[in-house]
Design a protein around this ligand. Sequence first.
Ligand SMILES: Cc1ncc(COP(=O)(O)O)c(C=O)c1O
Length: 472
Amino acid sequence: MEVNLMSLNDWSEDLQVNGVPYINTYPPGPYSLDKIKEAKKYVTSYWTGKKKDSEDGWDLPLTVKKVANSLIEDVDGNVYIDLNAGISTANFGYNNPEIWIRAQEIMNEYGVLGIFPSNDYNLPLMIDASKKLLSTVPNGPEYRVHYACDGTEANEAAIKTAVSFTGRGCVVSFMGSFFGRTMGSLSCMAQKSRDADTFRSLRSSNVYFAEGANCPNCIFCDHPEDCNGYCIEKFLKDRVLTHQVSPEEVAAFIMEPYTTGGLMNPAPEEFLKSAREICDDYGIVLIFDEIQSGMGRSGKMWVHEHHGVQPDIFTSAKSLGGGVSPLSAAFIRDEIMEEVPAYHGSTYGGAPISLAGNMAALEYMDKHRLLDRVRDLGNVIGKRASEWEDYLNVWQTRGWGLLRAVDFRENKNNPMVEYKSQIQGELFKEGIVTMSAGQGRYLSMLRLIPSFTIPNEHLEIGLDIFEKVISK
Ligand SMILES: Cc1ncc(COP(=O)(O)O)c(C=O)c1O
């Protein structure tokens, strides 16, 4: 089978003539508008459902014709620089030819192509892929890998495993995180009250919420330097675990060690260490969601490496399948798996194409020293972004590696949500794709999460345009 791969080379003529970004027709142009109308008739999407009243439905009215690395061409012939990397699903760039070709070689080597119900048979490819993946994890030999397709499924596996292992029925979650849209994950989320309101009858009532490491929105102190640790000491220990649920009833703590869509904030080390201590004291399973933040985005392969705190289970997804095929994983401590009476499964989880994509991506990361590149490009963004804090409406810029955001507020308590959307729209019209982020009423951020392979020049152009638009 021959795979035709589109790469930047296929665009070279156009790109040389026009440069990037290239706005031919003010977006959304006529073809895009037609396609948006058609889409509304034939397809559902998370965003169209939520934004019934909006003209276009999606975060951006972007109808994609083709993609390569960090570029997206729309159906009107506009070419955009994507500073969102497909919400982190394209860490290695769209259509990365090296990864695709290598993934196909791997599938051929193992004699299994595409889809196979991998959870139900023993596949040497899965064993080898797991060895390779676990070699990237601190204390890797202490974990086993459960494979699924979506991030939310990996979290479901984590929650079910913890409940099954401990025989306990309650979970403590941390406000502001995002875990996914299936009922277990959704039950653990307190990010937007609308989700809770709509699905209240189906949400578990056995999830209790503590205050997450949402330092920029901290309700206990105004500045991170004044941190008094009340979120853990006074709220989690003295309220949640004394007034609402006994720690002996709690199966798991589930949290994002780096709140991504919610706030783009790495948790302070002390926060995670205290959570680890409580879990150790009471036999609670500590689950970290690194769905978006893992796989190198923060500048280290896994976020918890920064903190030196070892979770009992952690989950990842997004670019785990190398951009070739969907893949998510729950990394579960051996000693837990030995004792789990009832477990979780997934028909397509760990399909050969996804495992091969993962193996190829890990090889690619090593070969091109991509973690160094994430740190270098992250420093470039960080330096530029810190200068933007002088602009009137930029309250803070935050993040590590290529997990960054610009937060538009008048001050801590006054997020500028409309203004952020206006900036996002202007950037789009200038050929820059971004995605918003935030929690509760603080939907005031734009993410800066480009692919690790974005050419330096495209990143510089993207940042120049970003700067021009927000400095107006
Ligand atoms: C931090 C985090 N957890 C979980 C999920 C859910 O992943 P999925 O949409 O693949 O189910 C997401 C998705 O955006 C996420 O960002």
